[in-house]
Design a protein around this ligand. Structure first.
Ligand code: GTP
Ligand code: MG
Length: 140
């Protein structure tokens, strides 16, 4: 266990034409792409995906933002995938993200922070199942 994580390239980074650069960084960091697709989620899908944040002050804005344009969704495979990917993306707030992290390079604010990464092995499975069926997965 612990070898997959679920990621999204958020609408801000897609509209700024950063898909290619971000995918390249992910690949060079040693992650294998199990699944990948581009799609535009509805408001109700964004509400479901971020339901854990329903009580937060930023929930409504977050849902609006995540359904504002296309995203890239992917499942990544690597030993220790969840923690290694969280390290690669950096702090939620780009102002606090380390140099060389994806959020330091591509996030423009705490909300428009370029990428999503699962925060646990359990959530990686739940989030992957939200977006991908079994026949869309190519494990190494
Ligand atoms: P994700 O990988 O997207 O889940 O980010 P995270 O795990 O680093 O942060 P968290 O799950 O706490 O928050 C989910 C998302 O909500 C963040 O990535 C931001 O896009 C947004 N968010 C978090 N905190 C704030 C905030 O204080 N203000 C606003 N406007 N958005 C926030
Ligand atoms: Mg999170």
């Amino acid at each position: 266990m612990g070898n997959i994580t679920f990621v999204m390239i958020k609408p801000c980074a897609v509209s700024h034409e950063h898909i290619g650069e971000i995918l390249s960084i992910i690949n060079k960091a040693g992650f294998h792409f199990v699944s990948i697709k581009m799609l535009h989620i509805s408001k109700s899908q964004a509400e479901k995906f971020y339901a854990v944040h329903a009580e937060k002050s930023f929930y409504k804005d977050l849902v609006e933002f995540m359904s504002s344009g296309p995203i890239v969704a992917a499942i990544l495979q690597k030993e220790n995938a969840v923690n290694d990917f969280r390290k690669l993306i950096g702090n939620t707030n780009p102002a606090n993200a380390d140099e060389g992290t994806i959020r330091k390079m591509f996030a423009t604010s705490v909300q428009e922070n370029a990428v999503h990464g699962s925060d646990s092995d359990e959530n990686a499975v739940i989030e992957s199942n939200f977006f991908f069926s079994q026949i869309e997965r190519f494990y190494r």
